[in-house]
Design a protein around this ligand. Structure first.
Ligand code: ZN
Length: 254
């Protein structure tokens, strides 16, 4: 199960029940601390409380057990793993297409701020549903597949964590949302688009071109790769190595 680095504890909660202690992980929500052993729970809570009080980031190992995410390890070695912040933006050109890739990378967390602009007639309730569908699709597709090694021999590592922030200002990308079904590209999505489709368009925002065959682009290469940039499915290693390269760290499979 993944280790994510550069995480912040924003709140703590416990009650009188045995080993019933929770922390609020920024961008994730409430997580129960491992409750198999009272001493372990207390140790985790102590580290979480100190990190919260000092505003430090921590590395968190999570396991999904009995229907709930549990934190089984917390490591406060923030100075070694958070890494610098990169505000990345570059021009992309492939075949007849051109666009600007843009995102932020802080350590192993990559954030893309997207401003959705719905057409008239698309309700707030529909937009809420779409935001949830697309964010879940994108983040689950891209995150926790590959990570960056802490040391050259890859003892320890941090999973790459890709995040979407829906914003009204300071966006990396603006996306028109229209009634679907319709054709989709990086800047125009529609109400029929699945989380898988959004994951593909998110790949363009990170700077990746299409990998499917097209009569408009007969010399495109590679094609038929079976990746998210081909058929909206898999995030593969080569799509993640640039983020570890940026940190000067090898890439590992989570
Ligand atoms: Zn595409």
């Amino acid at each position: 199960m993944p280790v994510s680095c550069g995480r912040y504890v924003d709140a703590l909660w416990c009650n009188e029940e045995r080993s019933n202690a929770w922390v609020w992980l920024r961008h994730s929500g409430w997580r129960k601390l491992d409750d198999r052993n009272d001493d372990a729970t207390i140790n985790l809570l102590a580290i979480a409380a100190e990190a919260k009080s000092k505003g430090r980031s921590v590395s968190v190992h999570e396991e999904f057990r009995s229907g709930t995410w549990r934190i089984t390890e917390i490591a406060d070695f923030h100075t070694g793993t958070l890494g610098p912040t990169f505000n990345v933006s570059f021009a992309m050109s492939e075949c007849i297409y051109g666009w600007t890739a843009a995102f932020d990378q802080r350590g192993t967390t990559i954030t893309v701020r997207i401003r959705l602009v719905p057409d008239a007639g698309i309700t707030a309730a529909t937009m809420a549903t779409l935001r949830t569908r697309w964010q879940t699709g994108i983040e689950s597709k891209w995150s926790n597949r590959f990570g960056c090694c802490i040391s050259p021999d890859c003892v320890g590592g941090c999973a790459l964590n890709f995040r979407v922030e829906w914003v009204n200002t300071n966006e990396h990308h603006t996306v028109r949302v229209r009634q679907g079904p319709a054709g989709t590209n990086m800047t125009t999505w529609d109400t029929s688009d699945s989380g898988d489709v959004a994951s593909h368009e998110f790949g363009h925002m990170l700077g990746y071109p299409d990998e499917y065959t097209s009569n408009l682009c007969p010399s495109r290469s590679p094609v038929n790769t079976g990746t998210v940039m081909d058929d909206n499915t898999e995030v593969v290693r080569r799509l993640c190595t640039p983020f570890c390269d940026r940190l000067g760290q090898p890439t590992y499979t989570v």
